[in-house]
Each structure stands twice: as C-alpha cells, then as structure tokens.
Design a binder for this molecule. Sequence first.
Ligand SMILES: [Fe+2]
Ligand SMILES: [Fe+2]
Length: 269
Amino acid sequence: MISTYKALPDVDVLTTDFPVPGFGLVPINAFVLHGPEPILVDTGPVIESAEFLPALRGVIDPADLTWIWLTHTDFDHIGVLNQLLEENPQLKIITTFLSVGIMTLSSPLPLDRVHVVNPGEQMTLAGRTLNAIRPPTFDNPSTSGFYDEISRILVSSDCFGALLAAVPHNAMDLSEDELHDGQVFWATVDSPWVHNTDIARFERRLEAIRKMEPVMILSSHLPAAPGSLTERMLASLRAAPDSKPFSGLDQAGLEQVMAQMTGDDAGPA
Ligand SMILES: [Fe+2]
Ligand SMILES: [Fe+2]
C-alpha cells in the first residue's frame, strides 16, 4: 500500500513495503522534489501502479510536474511512467542513455521527451544543480542518482537500501544494528558483485559521497536519512565486501515459506 510522508518541507516521499519472506521488508520509495521545476524521482513499483497515482495526486497535481528523474529501469521504479507521460504531455524524462536503450525492449521512451544525463554529467534546472552520479552500489547498469548542489540532497537510487523488520519514516528511528545489518545484507542481495570489487576503488567511491556532505540521503530502499547518518551508512557499505554472500532460499526453503503462507506446515503429503 502506497503512503506518503514529508522528508523535508519541499520533499515528499511516496513509499510502500515489499515483504521478502524470511528476510524482512524492503521499502520502495519514489520522491517528489517540489520547486519551480518539480521533479518526480522514479514512479513506483509496477505491481502497485493503480495505487501510485492517487497517492501522487495527494502531494502534487501530476500536471504540475516538469521532470521525471528515472534512476534505472527496474520494475520497482517504472510503475506509472507511461501513464504519467500520457497524462501530462509537457512532462519530460531525465535518465541515462542506457535506460533509454533498455526501455526500448519493453516500452520505448518517446525520444523527443528524453533528456539524457549520464553519470558524471550535470544538469541545471531552476533552483537546482543536479550532478548525476553512479552510486557506490547498484543492481542495474543504467543506474544514475544525483547530488543537488543547491539543496545538498543526495538521491542514491538502490544504494544505501536495507532489509528491515519495520519501516519508519526517518532512518534515525532505526537502531544502530538494524541500520547496519539491514544495509549490509541489502548490499549483498542487490549488488552481489560487491564481493569481487577492488577495495581501494570502492573506498574512493565512498569517499566521494563523504565529500558531498549531503544534508539528506534519499535512497529508493531506505527511510529518508538525514546527513548525520552518512558516516554510519558509509561504514555499512564498507563492510559489505567482507560480509557473507547472499545465496537465497533453496527449494526446501521455498516450500517451507509456502507452507507458512498457506498455514499448512505439514508439508507435502
Ligand atoms: Fe534496482
Ligand atoms: Fe530498486
């Protein structure tokens, strides 16, 4: 179920929790950054498309949106992309060249409404200077977040996500262990390559985030996180390469979860 909360006076979070049986909840967030050129960051999960638009209408008239920043093309980010483009002919999409390419395989983006910004490039809007970044961890090569020099908000896409027992509206409300363990685990699930990365290079990516000194980190899969958590969040990512690789449930584990879901713990006859 999609609900909304304010992360900052000019930032609304549209959020839902996706249960991963046996592991916890993954928050799935989209963000409205209000201003002279309002931006919607990602467009919710496909499976909850019908709920997303009413929730969005509760925080902004979609006709007033100027931009969608599409961080990447995964199913938890592209939910109402097409509906919004149909509903608002002025709306344009900021995304990477690779996102445009991947979308051609399912639902091609209208190229005359795309503004390509690849990691390392900058885009200036009224009231915002967006520096596109490839976050330290990601699960899709089309990924791009951004750091807004004006507001000092960092949008990190899947990076800094966490599997959680419950999802508050502020990452400050998570215990130290919950945040750390949830983030380390998520990093191993979402970015399994993290175990095979050059540590010195990885640390340079973390240092680049540290130098931004963000006032807020908006991750697609974590409650909104004030900048005072940045050091702890970077420490979680630094721990990920040396942590246990994720392998998922085997068939017996899946059958056990199915039995629990149906209330039939006796197993197959
Ligand atoms: Fe993803
Ligand atoms: Fe995601």
